[in-house]
Write a protein that binds this ligand. Structure first.
Ligand SMILES: Nc1ncnc2c1ncn2[C@@H]1O[C@H](COP(=O)(O)OP(=O)(O)OP(=O)(O)O)[C@@H](O)[C@H]1O
Ligand SMILES: [Mg+2]
Length: 258
């Protein structure tokens, strides 16, 4: 199995050398935990350091905003786009929903909307993958695709998207939102079951200090680190401190990995 370097210092050590090529990797975390930074860094370093072009799909933030925010880490996304090393798709669910006429037959149009977005988006991604021979995809975030009030329909939408992504020869990172603030969670989502790898980013406060910690919750077909590791967002992006761990809210140094 060939490995894909994430480009995030320390993260490859938690996954025994990076993601497995072709995998779907889910990154979950609360607001401001660093999901977008992680995914962008994965694409940027992929294109710059590993010769792997990437597709960024942004469902919430406008591309202009993402590009601007990337600048603070020194990442020139516009240059990558010009050099055909990156493509950006703005799949704004609200805009999409307005384009889909209500058929007026009393059917729940939410199913149509969710499925329609996934169908259109999948074709769009596939076209761009062909155009620039992309090897990496980052979709930020799939939570926005859960449009239907009905859980079963929202799940179906995510299942459809993941199925389509599996047919592409790319290693894909999906971000999704979870409630932040604690280390506990009540239920697992469909994307957590369907992804090969699940990474969780936690932010919490202990004695007035903000602690950021990341963990690999699962990795099918691969050995992975099992501990909570501190991470930081600095001027160059995200950094994982793979030799330290977080126990009871305290950062402990020099803990052997795996
Ligand atoms: N240059 C920087 N130096 C230090 N921390 C930074 C820097 N830039 C951003 N951050 C931190 O990163 C956080 C935002 O990260 P990011 O946008 O990747 O999170 P996110 O999980 O995608 O958030 P959301 O759920 O709102 O989309 C900010 O709240 C801030 O704490
Ligand atoms: Mg984000």
């Amino acid at each position: 199995m060939s490995r894909v370097s994430t480009g995030i210092p320390g993260l490859d050590d938690l996954t025994a050398g990076g993601f497995i090529s072709g995998d779907i990797v889910l990154v979950t975390g609360g607001p401001g935990s660093g999901k977008t930074t992680l995914g962008l860094q994965y694409l940027y370093r992929g294109a710059m350091d590993y010769g792997e072009p990437g597709i960024l799909v942004t469902l919430e933030e406008s591309p202009a905003r993402v590009i601007r925010n990337a600048w603070q880490f020194g990442w020139d996304i516009e240059r990558l786009i010009k050099e055909n090393k990156m493509r950006v798709i703005h799949a704004d669910p609200i805009a999409y929903a307005h384009y889909i006429p209500d058929r007026g037959d009393g059917d729940d149009m939410h199913l149509d909307t969710g499925s329609k977005i996934v169908e259109t988006l999948s074709k769009h991604i596939e076209r761009y993958v062909g155009e620039i021979e992309a090897r990496r995809i980052f979709i930020d975030s799939i939570t926005s695709l859960k449009i239907s009030q009905e859980q079963i329909r929202a799940r179906f939408t995510i299942m459809e998207l993941i199925k389509n992504l599996e047919n592409l020869d790319c290693t894909t990172v999906l971000s999704s939102e979870i409630n932040s603030g604690t280390l506990s969670y009540e239920s697992f989502s469909v994307e957590e079951y369907l992804s090969e790898v699940v990474i969780r980013m936690h932010t919490f406060r202990v004695s007035g200090n903000r602690i950021r910690a990341i963990e690999v919750l699962k990795m099918r077909g691969g050995k992975h680190d099992d501990m909570l590791r501190p991470y930081a967002i600095i001027d160059t992006g995200l950094v994982v401190y793979q030799r330290e761990t977080v126990i009871d809210g305290e950062v402990i140094s020099a803990v052997t990995m795996m």
